[in-house]
Design a protein around this ligand. Structure first.
Ligand code: 5GP
Ligand code: 5GP
Ligand code: 5GP
Length: 212
């Protein structure tokens, strides 16, 4: 009998801000299942090592099987939509995340998606920011955003920025760390690289000029 060994130390739960994904030169395409809510959505739950490296595509034989998550699909459509072009129902994105990251997680497919959804709900990022007076449609200091999340979630996030059509840095993704058994948030052992600048935009969908 072979017991599967951890080839990673923790997870990043990565949540994206849809208006920032869409508000770049590349634009985006809304899901076939409907325009996304003005809320954070999941990008992925990524196994990671303390040295910053990560395993990927750990089981070439395991492809995403929608029937294993049929009870979660409604939630996945709402909380894990794909905004890439062309418009899709999400299955391609979920397959990509499962095959690249999920197969390294030591979770089965149902556990992988359910765990990510539950952790997203638990983080409650949009409410946490609102409680700190941070609302979509304005610029805020990066420090204020980080402090609000650290206060409200209890752990220090990593904020990734991208650049809008006018050249402004904007809040694109929030990384929170999760212990290797995917049971709760932890302080990050290692942060990704990259810098935002001190004042960043937290855009709203309505501030996008060309709606996709
Ligand atoms: P990008 O180059 O857009 O930052 O990342 C491309 C892809 O590489 C991501 O979608 C993700 O799959 C993977 N990736 C980037 N950074 C990390 C990281 O720090 N940890 C893990 N596990 N994957 C990452
Ligand atoms: P990663 O490899 O970085 O985990 O995932 C990014 C891949 O998923 C890219 O190939 C990207 O085109 C695809 N993708 C599909 N929908 C989305 C989306 O809504 N957001 C992001 N960030 N990537 C998406
Ligand atoms: P991937 O090929 O890994 O999907 O994506 C490479 C990079 O391009 C990722 O950072 C991904 O988020 C971005 N990307 C891919 N497709 C789209 C798209 O339709 N719209 C936007 N805004 N970015 C995209």
């Amino acid at each position: 009998l072979t017991v599967a060994q951890n080839d990673f130390d923790f997870f990043y739960l990565v949540q994206q801000w849809p208006a920032s994904y869409c508000g770049t030169k590349r634009s985006c395409c809304y899901p076939t299942t409907g325009k996304p809510a003005e809320d954070f959505s999941i990008h992925g739950l990524w196994p990671n090592r303390n040295d910053g490296s990560w395993p990927s595509n750990c089981d070439e034989g395991s492809s995403f099987d929608e029937s294993e998550v049929s009870d979660l699909v409604k939630r996945m459509q709402q909380e894990w939509p794909s905004l890439a072009c062309p418009s899709s129902d999400g299955v391609r994105f979920w397959s990509h995340e499962w095959e690249k990251h999920g197969t390294c997680s030591l979770l089965n497919e149902h556990q992988y998606f359910q765990t990510a959804l539950d952790l997203k709900d638990k983080s409650n990022l949009l409410q946490v920011l609102k409680d700190a007076g941070i609302r979509p449609g304005k610029f805020y200091s990066l420090e204020k955003i980080k402090e609000a999340i650290q206060q409200g979630v209890g752990y220090t996030p990593f904020i990734e920025c991208n650049v809008d059509q006018g050249g402004n840095r904007q809040l694109y993704q929030v990384y929170l760390c999760v212990d290797s058994s995917a049971s709760d948030f932890i302080e990050c052992p290692t942060f990704p690289h990259g810098r935002c600048g001190s004042e960043i935009e937290f855009p709203s969908f309505s501030s996008l000029h060309d709606e996709a």
